[in-house]
Design a protein around this ligand. Structure first.
Ligand code: FES
Ligand code: FES
Length: 154
């Protein structure tokens, strides 16, 4: 099997996997970064959202052979101690219900705030297309506004 070296959460890591292995499974099964979740496998739900060169990407759709030297950041690498402004806002607003989709939601929200530090409800709804089966979307919006009010992009 081919060997790939990739940058994940600012570390250079190597894996030997088939070329068409989705990044999602490399992260979860080979690098033990299990915060990134499998939901649908077909780019619909967003549970597998990571940052690739700063943009939100559905890792179930990105084969390892296409990753190259690009920078991958997972929920584990978003902040050193789980204290990103969005993570704090998520706790303060008690956003999570079952929690399954939330890592992907936070990664999508973090990418949004980097581009647009004060998004409107409509901008949140149109940009963050992640699905939450528990229906936490109203609290997600509130938490994004809270993080934005505290300068939430870093
Ligand atoms: S698992 Fe990737 S979008 Fe659903
Ligand atoms: S909190 Fe349960 S799927 Fe979103």
């Amino acid at each position: 099997m081919p060997k790939y070296t990739l940058s994940v959460n600012n570390k250079q890591l190597s894996v030997e996997v088939d070329a068409d292995t989705p990044l999602l499974w490399v992260l979860r099964d080979h690098l033990n970064l299990v915060g990134t979740k499998y939901g649908c496998g077909v780019a619909q739900c967003g549970a597998c959202t990571i940052h690739y060169n700063g943009s939100p990407v559905r890792s179930c759709q990105l084969p390892i052979s296409a990753v190259g030297p690009g920078k991958v950041v997972t929920i584990e690498g978003l902040s050193e101690n789980g204290d990103h402004p969005l993570q704090k806002a998520w706790i303060e607003m008690d956003v999570a219900q079952c929690g399954y989709c939330q890592a992907g939601q936070i990664m999508a929200a973090a990418a949004l705030l980097k581009k647009n530090p004060h998004p409107s409800d409509e901008e949140i709804d149109t940009t963050i297309t992640n699905i939450c089966r528990c229906g936490t979307n109203v609290r997600i919006r509130k938490a994004i506004h809270l993080a934005a009010s505290k300068g939430g992009k870093s």
